[in-house]
Write a protein that binds this ligand. Structure first.
Ligand SMILES: Cc1cc2nc3c(=O)[nH]c(=O)nc-3n(C[C@H](O)[C@H](O)[C@H](O)COP(=O)(O)OP(=O)(O)OC[C@H]3O[C@@H](n4cnc5c(N)ncnc54)[C@H](O)[C@@H]3O)c2cc1C
Length: 507
């Protein structure tokens, strides 16, 4: 018999966002919740990305939960396996396991107006109903594969960086790496020594700064373990430095010129060939696309078995990869480092709101959400790392924790209102919020720096990045302003829910 369960809150996803939400719910005294995860273990990004060289590019002491400090981080920029182990540890330490339902891919979520709840259908056939949904499915969770003519007929191995095939040995192989984003620049130096030939397809060169990665000494770890305040101070320092950088990104992009000089000398140290240096030098302002960190990328590109093609992959003919500029290379394997469905998240097709339309339809002119969380017509549904909450230079965990404050206050408000009740973001509030965000976006390096990036949607609008400091985001997500929501209740006898302005309800 198909399983059915009703919960107060259904959290979707078990990465940093979903696990963080689960911890926060327990701390708020809410135990009536489930975490629905499609995979067979927790960890999100850090479970799926196992490519060689995968590591965070924000220092570990900042790229972790403030409520779960880890004095044992082995490196300043720890690797994937350590971050994954940390998330498994969080799931154990905070007693989250009983709530987590692995292998439960959410196929559809539908708001039932008459019942004031969400109906959630999962791939295994189990259905859930929930008063509130917290969607933490991650902006970088569904790999994006470009549609390349002829790829189907390629006789060799093909995979995406986020679905690494560890059964395939790259030793002695001719490998094409497509893309030069954050994953590709970690992959290239890790596989270059074993590949016979490596051809890198680069549409746009990234700006790459040196990565100050080092082992964290036993003494440092002992200090953080024995005197936890030292770990807090370290985190505070890492955070403060990044906060001070924000105004250059958001208001004064010209100040970033100095950073370009450092990045250029990082390149010049390893790339002696002027023609290669010209290919690798970006023509846009640093920061416009995510600044990448690596001290190994350029040295790898300078090796004789590496060829940089300054053009995208256009076609595959048999075992030959063909670039837009006509360059050809015969290869045994193609690795796509082509990113994720960020502004066209698949989950948006699976959420059907109060008006019977999907979130994707509601977002057809661009993603937007009140305070990065709530969408008009999708009552009691909120998203973690929603529209315009991404960061260009700091830790996404800071964003997640701010959004969890908002989630906690949202649930408290529902309790205060009492009974069966839902909150639906007012169109005027969502519109005003979005106009403010987009107005601030105009001066930022992401919009003015002269590049196209995954921060922008198909219409060129920046619907992903937060145009301010993390402290500002913390402030605007501290509490829910009920005036920004319509309160929806089910009247005793009526079939359709009654919508009333909040002043009437609260007053
Ligand atoms: C390689 C890589 C390196 C990164 N490095 C950094 C860094 O250094 N610093 C930084 O700040 N950020 C970094 N990021 C961004 C990173 O994604 C976020 O920091 C953070 O991990 C996002 O957490 P999340 O829980 O929101 O999403 P995710 O970690 O992506 O988790 C989402 C979860 O939802 C599940 N899910 C999705 N759809 C469904 C469904 N329909 N049903 C059920 N479950 C579903 C997924 O399986 C996954 O487990 C990196 C991202 C990548 C890909």
């Amino acid at each position: 018999m198909a399983q059915h369960e009703h919960v107060r809150v259904a959290v979707i996803g078990s990465g940093f966002g979903g696990l963080g939400a689960a911890v926060r719910l327990r701390r708020e005294g809410i135990t009536d919740f489930v975490v629905l995860e499609r995979a067979d273990s927790v960890g999100g990004t850090w479970r799926d990305n196992t490519y060689p060289g995968c590591a965070c590019d924000v220092p570990s002491h900042l790229y972790s939960f403030s409520f779960a400090p880890n004095p044992e981080w082995p490196r300043t920029f720890s690797g994937q396996e350590h971050i994954r182990a940390y998330l498994e540890h969080v799931a154990d330490t905070f007693g989250l396991r009983p709530h987590i339902r692995l292998g439960h891919e959410v196929m559809m979520m539908r708001w039932e107006r008459d019942e004031l709840h969400w109906v959630i259908e999962t791939a295994g056939g189990a259905t859930f109903t929930a008063d509130v949904v917290v969607s933490a499915t991650g902006p970088l969770s569904d790999p994006k594969m470009p549609d390349i003519p002829g790829l189907d007929g390629f006789p060799g191995k093909v995979f995406h960086s986020a679905r690494w095939d560890h059964g395939y040995d790259l030793t002695g192989k001719r490998v094409a790496v497509i893309g030069t984003g954050a994953s590709a620049i970690q992959i290239v130096p890790s596989i270059q020594p074993k590949a016979a030939e490596l051809t890198l397809f680069q549409r746009t060169p990234p700006w790459v700064m040196p990565r100050m990665d080092r082992r964290i000494s036993g003494a440092e770890r002992w200090l953080h373990r024995t005197l936890p305040l030292t770990g807090t101070a370290r985190r505070g320092l890492l955070w403060g430095i990044r906060e001070l950088q924000v105004s250059a990104f958001t208001k004064h992009p010209n100040e970033l010129g100095l950073v370009e000089t450092i990045a250029k000398s990082n390149m010049a140290r390893s790339i002696k060939d002027p023609a290669l240096r010209a290919k690798l030098t970006p023509s846009y302002r640093i920061g416009c696309k995510r600044i990448l960190l690596s001290s190994a990328y350029y040295p790898a590109l300078a090796q004789p078995n590496v060829e940089v093609v300054a053009s995208g992959l256009a076609e595959v003919r048999g075992s030959t990869v063909v670039a837009s500029d006509g360059t050809e290379a015969e290869v045994d394997a193609i690795i796509f480092g082509t990113g994720f469905h960020v502004t066209d998240m698949p989950i948006a097709d699976r959420v059907v709101g109060a008006e019977g339309i999907t979130l994707a339809e509601s977002w057809k002119d661009g993603m937007q959400a009140l305070r990065g969380a709530s969408v008009t017509g999708f009552p009691n549904w909120m998203t973690i790392i929603g529209p315009n909450t991404g960061l260009g230079n700091s830790s996404m965990i800071l964003v997640i924790e701010s959004q969890l404050n908002y989630m906690a206050d949202y649930l408290r408000r529902l309790n205060v209102l009492g009974g069966r009740v839902a909150l639906d973001a007012r169109p005027s509030a969502v519109g005003a919020w979005n106009r403010r965000v987009q107005e601030r976006m105009k001066r930022t390096v992401w919009n003015t720096g002269g590049c196209t990036s995954w921060y922008l949607d198909a219409s060129g609008r920046n619907t992903t990045v937060w145009p301010g400091t993390t402290s500002e985001l913390r402030k605007v997500t501290r509490s829910v302003d009920l005036a920004e929501y319509e309160v929806v209740r089910v009247p005793k006898q009526a079939a359709a829910p009654e919508r009333s302005v909040v002043e009437e309800i609260v007053g």
